[in-house]
Structure formats: C-alpha cells, structure tokens
Write a protein that binds this ligand. Structure first.
Ligand code: DC
Length: 218
C-alpha cells in the first residue's frame, strides 16, 4: 500500500513549496491538485466561458482532458496533450480555478485522477479537500495556514522579484475573497480534517515547516 501525506490549507500558506521539498526528501511524488483545477480553468478561459456560466462549464469539462506526468521529478500538467505548466500561474487563471472548482462535475473528474495517482505511488498531495475527501485514509494529514497579511506579503515579494507591478492591499483582498469562496462553497469546502495536524506558518521559516512535517512523518 502506498504512503500518502495530505496537505490542505488556504492559498499562499506555502503548501506547494513545503510539499515539494518534503517529497524530494522522502523520495515521494508531489501532486499539486491546484494545478489540475488551473489547467481546467485555462481551458474555460480559452473557450471564452465566463466564471458564472455553470452550464457551459459543465459541458466543456467533458472536452478538457487533464493529465499529469513526472519529468525529472517535476510535475507536468497536460491539457489535451499540451504542457500548460507555464501558463497556469496567473491571477486570472487562479481566479477562474476558484470559480469553477465548486462545480461537482469538475471536481468529480479531477478527484478521480488524484485518487488514482495516490493509489499507485507514495505521494504528498496538496489542495483544499485532500484530507477530507480525496484521501480520507492518508497516513498523515497536515492543515497548513498563515495569516492573510503574511500570505499577501509572500505573494507580493514573489511578484515584485519577478518584476510584476502589484499592490499589497489588493493582493490581500483577493486572498481573503478566495479564502471565503473556498471555505463557504457547498461542495468540498476547505476545512481542517478532524485528524489533521494544524501548522501555522506565519512565524515559521520554510526550513522549520519542512523539519516539522518530516518529524510528523516518523
Ligand atoms: O492552490 P491553487 O491556488 O493552485 O488552487 C487554485 C484553485 O483551485 C483554488 O482557489 C481552489 C481550487 N482547488 C480546489 O478547489 N481543490 C483543490 N484540491 C485544489 C485547488
């Protein structure tokens, strides 16, 4: 049986950075489920479908094949055979992913793929509903969080380092709005699983968080 670590938490809590590092140290694969929702969102944007057009999203969802491959240990997301890794990290795609992810038809398709990956490989998987819905039997569950201000500052620094002009207050407002949507949706809302360990990273360095999770694995 494979060993599965489930990591959930709001946007910007550091889930992907931490999960990627833990995966490398343990020799596990890292499954970034947000990237799958983002690939699906990119398909909708390209089809000129708006975030409110639920019927069109459901119909289009059947035409979007999202698959995952690992190349040199790095997760590559394919959308109908096209590597879309470099196209899914924009705010526009993130907002669209948040808008389409409450739709049960979208979730059903991606959750199936996530369960299959976890069943065949030792993995650390991050997302919003991993401990609660996708991998309820995971051997270790972590709920990773940080204050919205800390998360906004991290995003601000990331964008500034890339030379992208941005506004801290706007980023914080977007983060809070996305948290609200993710936590209050009807289907698989973001919440801490009862058996998940809460890790608040607001005052922790990346190294401290990684060390804490590796300790919990023991
Ligand atoms: O983690 P992220 O920002 O890449 O995720 C993008 C959006 O996808 C996020 O707003 C919520 C959604 N998502 C989800 O509903 N369930 C997951 N397991 C992962 C992401």
């Amino acid at each position: 049986m494979s060993y599965n670590i489930a990591v959930d938490g709001p946007a910007g809590a550091g889930k992907s950075t931490i999960a990627r590092a833990v995966a490398e140290k343990k020799g596990f694969i890292y499954v970034d489920t947000g990237a799958m929702y983002r690939a699906m969102a990119l398909f909708m944007i390209r089809a000129d479908i708006g975030p409110e057009e639920t019927e069109r999203i459901i119909a289009a969802c059947g035409k979007a094949e999202v698959t995952i491959a690992y190349e040199d240990g790095r997760q590559v997301v394919y959308l109908n055979g096209e590597d879309v890794n470099a196209l899914i990290r924009t705010e526009e795609v993130g907002n669209m992913a948040s808008a389409i992810s409450p739709i049960p038809e979208v979730r059903k398709k991606l959750v199936e793929l996530q369960k299959q990956l976890a069943a065949k490989s030792d993995c650390i998987m991050d997302g919003r509903d991993i401990g609660t819905c996708v991998l309820p039997g995971a051997q270790l569950k972590i709920y990773l969080t940080a204050s919205s201000l800390v998360r906004a500052k991290r995003r601000y620094e990331e964008l500034t380092a890339k030379g992208v002009p941005c506004d801290l207050e706007k980023i914080r407002a977007d983060i809070e709005e996305r948290d609200y949507r993710d936590m209050h949706r009807e289907t698989s809302p973001l919440r801490q699983a009862e058996d998940a360990v809460l890790v608040d990273t607001s005052d922790m360095t990346i190294e401290e968080v990684i060390a804490k999770i590796l300790e919990l694995c023991k």
